[in-house]
Design a protein. Structure first.
Length: 351
């Protein structure tokens, strides 16, 4: 009797390992640069306005960042696989309303949160199936589902609005309370961040996503199940967008048909600014979280400095263009370094 062996994972070539280490060092430097900009910006604002980093000010900065950080974590996983999910804002909005409707009808808060996560995961399955099985470009798929989900949300919600008065007091309190200056929402988001980062770094399936994003064809030849990894990324992204919807409801105590509208662009900006290469295969969820914190902090810094919030969108756009330009420069430097190493290796062999 004969048996057929399945695909065998091949060990990375020394050149690939060297490239991976070089890219990692460069993107860690990107994350350190974001931290430096954040520290300088907050420090300068505190010097100008001594009340900016008060206990309440720090709490507000954390609360403002948590929702965007949570969605950025899921988006980073998708972008690492060389894809994108433009439907996260719509998923956040419809998940928030589903959770709010359940609570308004007397449901349990935990069940409402799980319902929001499930709604998001379902839409993640749809996106993942169309991209991985249908082989439709992610940009086209998720742009389409963005409008489809938004249309469903508008028809379902209509002119209705769920406010804090219709929600359990414990649920609303959870959205603003915390331990000392650290809100519960920030602690929950930090836990999700650590778990996802550990998965991507320490599990083979997580590292496969980087391999897929770096070179899909090489990953396929090495035995990486491309469809399963893409599906996993989209389901996690959808589930986290759903969770963010539930936390949005707890944070603001208000949801209507416009909730989450335009959020996807801010999320993509946060991910790219945080050092996750839009071409895939590089960056970390920690960097995406830092990018989200930076963008939300700008929203708090400008009013504290007496600058109109109209400038926020323009600044976010400038940061996005700058991040893309830096990505391009880094890619050229990595390519040049690898060519130089390859030439040196050939010279050494012929010597």
């Amino acid at each position: 009797m004969t048996t057929t062996a399945g695909p065998v994972r091949q060990e990375a070539a020394p050149e690939s390992v060297a490239a991976r280490r070089l890219v990692d060092r460069m993107f860690k430097a990107r994350e350190l640069a974001v931290i430096a900009v954040l520290v300088v910006m907050l420090g300068a604002t505190q010097l100008s306005n001594s009340e900016f980093l008060s206990q309440q000010g720090i709490r507000d900065l954390m609360l403002n960042a948590t929702i965007l950080v949570l969605v950025a974590i899921g988006q980073a996983m998708v972008v690492i696989t060389r894809n994108v999910d433009l439907s996260v804002g719509s998923v956040l909005g419809i998940s928030a309303f589903a959770a709010g409707l359940h609570l308004q009808d007397g449901g349990h808060p935990l069940v409402a949160v799980l319902l929001a996560v499930a709604v998001g995961a379902v839409f993640g399955v749809v996106n993942g199936a169309l991209v991985s099985l249908g082989k439709v470009p992610a940009l086209v798929v998720t742009l389409g589902t963005l409008y489809i989900i938004r249309g469903i949300d508008s028809l379902w919600v209509g002119s209705r609005q769920i406010t804090a008065s219709a929600l359990p007091d414990a649920f609303v309190d959870f959205g603003s309370d915390g331990i000392f200056v650290v809100p519960y929402l920030a602690l929950l988001t930090l836990a999700v961040l650590v778990v996802v980062a550990y998965y991507l770094r320490s599990y083979g399936s997580g590292r496969d996503m980087y391999a897929l994003g770096s070179n899909p064809e090489a990953a396929r030849l090495a035995g990486v199940p491309l469809r399963a990894r893409i599906m996993t990324a989209y389901v996690v992204c959808g589930a986290l967008a759903g969770l963010a919807g539930a936390l949005y409801l707890a944070r603001f105590g208000n949801v209507d048909s416009n909730t989450g509208n335009g959020y996807e662009l801010v999320v993509v900006s946060a991910v790219v600014v945080g050092g996750v290469a839009f071409t895939g295969g590089s960056g970390t969820v920690y960097g995406a979280a830092l990018g989200a914190v930076l963008l939300t902090s700008i929203n708090g810094v400008l009013p504290a400095l007496g600058v109109s919030s109209v400038w926020v969108t323009a600044i976010n756009g400038c940061l996005l263009l700058l991040a893309i330009a830096v990505d391009r420069v880094l890619a050229l430097r990595v390519s040049g370094a690898l060519r130089k190493k390859a030439a040196q290796s050939r010279s050494a062999r012929h010597a």
